[in-house]
Design a protein around this ligand. Structure first.
Ligand SMILES: *[C@@H]1O[C@H](CO)[C@@H](O)[C@H](O)[C@H]1NC(C)=O
Ligand SMILES: *[C@@H]1O[C@H](CO)[C@@H](O)[C@H](O)[C@H]1NC(C)=O
Ligand SMILES: *[C@@H]1O[C@H](CO)[C@@H](O)[C@H](O)[C@H]1NC(C)=O
Ligand SMILES: *[C@@H]1O[C@H](CO)[C@@H](O)[C@H](O)[C@H]1NC(C)=O
Length: 355
């Protein structure tokens, strides 16, 4: 389906996640894969990767990131590359007028991310990070519940966990445990999701203080494999905890407790089923309720659809970029940095009120 309404996306690298996201781009109604560049594979290998992942035959194969970013036939770029490379390539993409779908963690720290923010603002670029569960229709219903003053009331506390037991090969070789690559380990990966869950429960308000919990585990290179943190908001007594780990059994929980109701989600990151999911609530209004949500498209395709919609608004109607996702990414990165800082400083609380 070609045409003006199609947002043409280029992809950097043939990493594993590209299999999932390229399928999502194919499924999203107004997005199309228009190019791929891999610097670790030959043109022939990249061609066969493209074919085996059902890229449209028109998708161009580039042999360098530069040439993809300069391709005039692209609207946007998806970046499944290590976080240590984000600032360089995302800034260049923005300078070339390409909208940006960037995997998490968006940078190695917020001062790096601010260079990306600046380049996006200077070039009117739409930014979104690749956190798929945020675009599941279930997440919109969760948001509605925690913002309902009658059913939920005011948030008192939120707890979110994402852990999985990584195998030996992952713990030795994955980009997420390598200092030169995704240097933030479990915190920048699993922790990213838990932080966004905590933010969502409190209307994306930044906590005032972050304190790492005892018991973090770091590998020999100083990369976090497992950690937790306490979040405290300005309002009296509103707290949250996050826990993220590569070393514990698969768990993807959110529990949010309000004055009038409680929310529970057991599979918030990757729903147990691709096109149907649920969460439960208890509240004064309906004592116990199971909410079932059917999504026609898998959540990663919902993400691409929303990204393409925002880019389409800019491309066809001259709209301004929507800054919401950029601000969520920045807050998440600030919190990731704060947890790391607290771990590095003997669990000292880190104040965010001036950041
Ligand atoms: C796709 O683009 C068309 C034409 O611009 C628009 O009418 C339609 O709403 C878009 N669909 C989605 C899902 O964004
Ligand atoms: C952010 O990360 C970069 C790359 O590791 C580093 O050079 C820089 O000093 C860091 N900045 C801060 C403020 O920590
Ligand atoms: C909670 O529920 C009570 C009674 O059902 C209601 O009066 C109140 O406005 C609700 N909201 C909050 C924030 O407590
Ligand atoms: C971990 O969790 C899964 C599913 O939640 C469960 O089936 C499994 O038995 C648990 N334990 C181990 C060691 O995998």
């Amino acid at each position: 389906m070609a045409g003006d309404s199609q947002i043409r996306i280029g992809i950097l690298s043939c990493s594993n996640i590209v299999r999932k996201v390229s399928r999502a781009i194919n499924l999203a109604p107004n997005a199309t894969i228009a190019a791929i560049a891999s610097i670790n594979n030959s043109i022939e290998e990249t061609k066969s990767f493209a074919a085996s992942n059902n890229f449209p035959p028109t998708a161009k194969i580039h042999s360098s990131y530069e040439s993809l970013l300069e391709d005039p036939d692209l609207d946007a770029v998806y970046f499944p590359i290590p976080a240590s490379l984000h600032v360089e390539w995302a800034v260049r993409a923005a300078q070339n007028g390409k909208h940006i779908l960037l995997d998490k963690p968006v940078a190695l720290n917020v001062s790096e991310f601010d260079q990306i923010v600046e380049a996006c603002e200077a070039n009117r670029i739409q930014f979104m990070d690749g956190t798929q569960w945020m675009h599941n229709p279930r997440t919109a219903e969760i948001k509605e519940f925690v913002n309902d003053p009658v059913s939920f009331g005011h948030l008192k506390t939120v707890h979110s966990c994402f852990s999985f037991a990584a195998n030996e090969n992952f713990l030795k070789n994955d980009v997420r445990v390598k200092p030169g690559l995704d240097g933030l380990g479990a915190l920048g990966d699993a922790g990213w999701y838990t932080i966004q869950a905590a933010l969502l429960a409190n209307n994306f308000k930044l906590p005032k203080t972050v304190t790492a919990l005892p018991g973090s585990i770091l590998n020999d290179a100083g990369i976090v494999l497992s950690c937790g943190a306490l979040l405290e908001w300005e309002e009296e007594g509103i707290t949250g905890t996050i826990y993220c780990s590569f070393l514990a059994n698969l768990t993807m929980e959110i529990t949010a407790i309000g004055t009038n109701g409680t929310l529970r989600v057991h599979d918030f990151v990757i729903p147990f089923q691709e096109t149907e999911s649920s969460f439960t609530t208890t509240s004064s209004r309906a004592c116990y309720k199971e909410h079932r949500v059917v999504n026609e498209l898998p959540q990663e395709a919902c993400m691409v659809t929303e990204f393409a919609r925002l880019v389409g608004e800019i491309k066809s109607r001259g709209a301004k970029p929507d800054g919401f996702w950029l601000s969520v990414s920045r807050k998440t990165q600030l919190l990731v940095d704060a947890v790391k800082e607290s771990i590095d400083n003997n669990l000292e609380p880190v104040s965010l009120s001036d950041r």
